[in-house]
Design a protein around this ligand. Structure first.
Ligand SMILES: Cc1ncc(COP(=O)(O)O)c(C=O)c1O
Length: 406
């Protein structure tokens, strides 16, 4: 049994893995299969596979009801949605974004030759630090893109205040934040627009997909045109430069089906989160991030910060051990956008302005959760993490020995 698992039982030292199959962080949530299959058959029967079909319309309607945002526009993925929002907002020159995010936030700008200017984060919230934003503003700055990392909302008010004072556009990458709230209001209602991701690994998925939420009618109209090649009314009337950002009907059917189970998904994530919290409480050097219980959260991410000094073992070593056990924990957002290309070549010294980001990229990791993870799985994972910390000295010695023999 795992409770009696010793260092020598760890798979990286020759034992057999705790899990026979890989347990991924973002194993997809799937709603009611029968209903999904009925809907897919319906799509096939109608032979209306894309181009603002009935399921896309339904999904948009239900997302609007769920978030309270006036417009929710379904998209093929969040990256293209971000690109379209950036263009629809008329962003040019420089835009301030965190580096502690998924690379798509930066790429959606650079793809349009807008320079992402990386801002440091607040080490407590992991979100863009409004106090650092202002000093990065130059005459070329046109906007700020905040990211609600792990679904925990940015300091929206402080960012809105800066944007207003400097006449900048403000939008949010809300890829993680469907079902979350800020001061009691659902994410989807802040800035000029917010972008959700429904990628397979996300809490609500449409295989691939995303949506733009906005309360601005004019912006919504523009985005709808842009995601459909810029076609205005009528077949032959192109009024903007556009692209193809449309969501297909099978994806939308998946989204509608998933939304019907969203309360269950959140319930299971919450159960897992609470169990992780209880089992890892008071473990030296291991901190599980908190969610504000007075807000709505989706608890999609179970995030640890590992303090190597205190834990006696590094984040990377723990991840290495977990991978050996087929627990596919992830380092996030390692190594930070500013360390990736092309940004590293463009701004080789960006790290000097990003001390908190640099620290977080060395200590943050995420653990498996979602409907595919059972209570027993969580217990096993926590047992291994506790073993890593309890026997850190011996584990470090063995890893070093392995490395010198390699
Ligand atoms: C913060 C963030 N932004 C953007 C994206 C891109 O989303 P998509 O895969 O839907 O393009 C992701 C994840 O995939 C993300 O985590």
């Amino acid at each position: 049994m795992l409770n009696t698992r010793q260092v020598n039982d760890l798979a990286i030292f020759g034992g057999s893995p705790a899990f026979q199959e890989k347990l991924h962080v973002g194993r997809p949530n799937i709603g009611n299969r029968d209903r999904l299959q009925e809907r897919i058959n319906d799509v096939l029967d109608r032979r209306w596979l894309s181009n603002n079909g009935l399921y896309v319309q339904q999904l948009e309607q239900r997302l609007s009801e769920f978030t309270g945002a006036k417009h929710c526009i379904a998209m093929c993925n969040a990256t293209v949605a971000l690109e379209i929002v950036n263009r629809a907002l008329g962003l040019t020159g420089e835009v301030i974004v965190p580096s502690f995010t998924f690379i798509a936030t930066a790429h959606a700008l650079q793809w349009q030759e807008i320079t992402p200017v990386f801002c440091d984060v607040d080490p407590h919230t992991h979100n863009i630090d409004p106090r650092q934003v202002e000093r990065l503003i130059t005459p070329r700055t046109t906007g700020i893109i905040g990211v609600h990392v792990w679904g925990r909302p940015c300091d929206v008010e402080a960012l809105a205040d800066i944007a207003q004072r400097h006449n900048l556009k403000l939008a949010f990458d809300a890829a993680h934040a469907l079902g979350c709230s800020y001061k009691g209001r659902m994410i989807g209602n802040f800035g000029e627009a917010e972008v959700f991701s429904f990628h397979a690994t996300k809490f609500l998925n449409t295989f691939e997909g995303g949506a733009v939420a906005t309360n601005n009618d004019e912006l919504a109209d523009k985005i709808r045109l842009m995601k459909n090649f810029g076609f205005g009314s009528g077949y032959d009337n192109v009024v903007y430069i556009g692209t193809n950002g449309k969501m297909n009907e099978v994806s939308a059917a998946m989204g509608v089906t998933g939304l019907e189970s969203i309360a269950d998904f959140i319930g299971i994530n919450y159960r897992n989160y609470k169990q992780y919290k209880a089992e890892l409480e008071n473990l030296r050097g291991v901190k599980l991030i908190n969610y504000e219980e007075t807000e709505k959260n989706n608890y999609q991410y179970v995030i640890l910060e590992i303090d190597e000094q205190e834990a006696g073992i590094s984040r990377n070593e723990i991840v290495q051990i977990l991978h050996g056990e087929n627990i596919m924990a992830r380092r996030y957002f390692y190594p930070g956008c500013h360390q990736m290309e092309p940004y590293h070549s463009y701004f080789p010294n960006a790290n000097l302005l990003l001390p908190e980001t640099e620290k977080l990229t060395q200590k943050v990791m995420s653990l498996p959760t979602g409907t595919a993870v059972t209570e027993e799985d969580v217990s096993q994972i926590c047992n291994i993490i506790r073993l890593c910390v309890k026997e850190s000295a011996e584990i470090k010695t063995l890893i070093q020995r392995q490395e010198s023999n390699a």
